[in-house]
Design a protein around this ligand. Sequence first.
Ligand SMILES: [Fe+2]
Length: 239
Amino acid sequence: MTVPTNINYKPWTSKEWKDFFGSRVRQHELEEIPWDKWIDLNEEEQHLIASSLQEFQLGQASDGRVWTKRARQFAEANGDYDYLEAVKTFLCQERLHSHQLARFMALSGIPQRKSSVLDGVFRIMRRVGTLESSIVVLVSAECVARVYFIALARSTQHPILAKICRHIVDDEYHHIRFQHERLSLIRAERSGIFSAVTRFLDRMFLRGTAFVVFRVHRRIFRRAGMQWREFYSLCKTTS
Ligand SMILES: [Fe+2]
């Protein structure tokens, strides 16, 4: 995985992240999705996106209990309670995405799913291990989800879905940066070789995740004209 490099990159404090996520949630609440201008999703597009959207809506709907527990442990061990608050506001954003997608699906006659194999595997992986391994799993999923929503925005004719996708893409960029910064902090003391091995394993995990998602949701990527090379390249750079 690569930390975004197209900005003047300076890690933020937990308080800065907490304030930032809080302001983004408020901004999105104000920046209403124009639900009153609803137009029906055409049948062909509904058929194309339904099962794919169900999967990603489910993925965004995590309650974050394990994540919050790990963040609390980290906060207590390091006296960094703003980190816990930052994680909570970050989770509010994820829930907002999930609610927006759920509302879009309800209006389009697409039922929500309660579970899926892919989502189940990710949830189990996030639950086992440490805060570090949970972040690696989460940030890989976010890198891939971000590119998925870029592809969905490109492929949809529906203005409201396109707007929701743009919100998510924008937010995920910051989520990924937030997670990368915490990983860097956790790994700051590691030796060169150990660090290199860790980065290699991270990259392999990202590649595996990207491969599975690209295969499962290939119809969306095909419609967006996004080949594997572009898709994986965007997953790696996350910018
Ligand atoms: Fe996210």
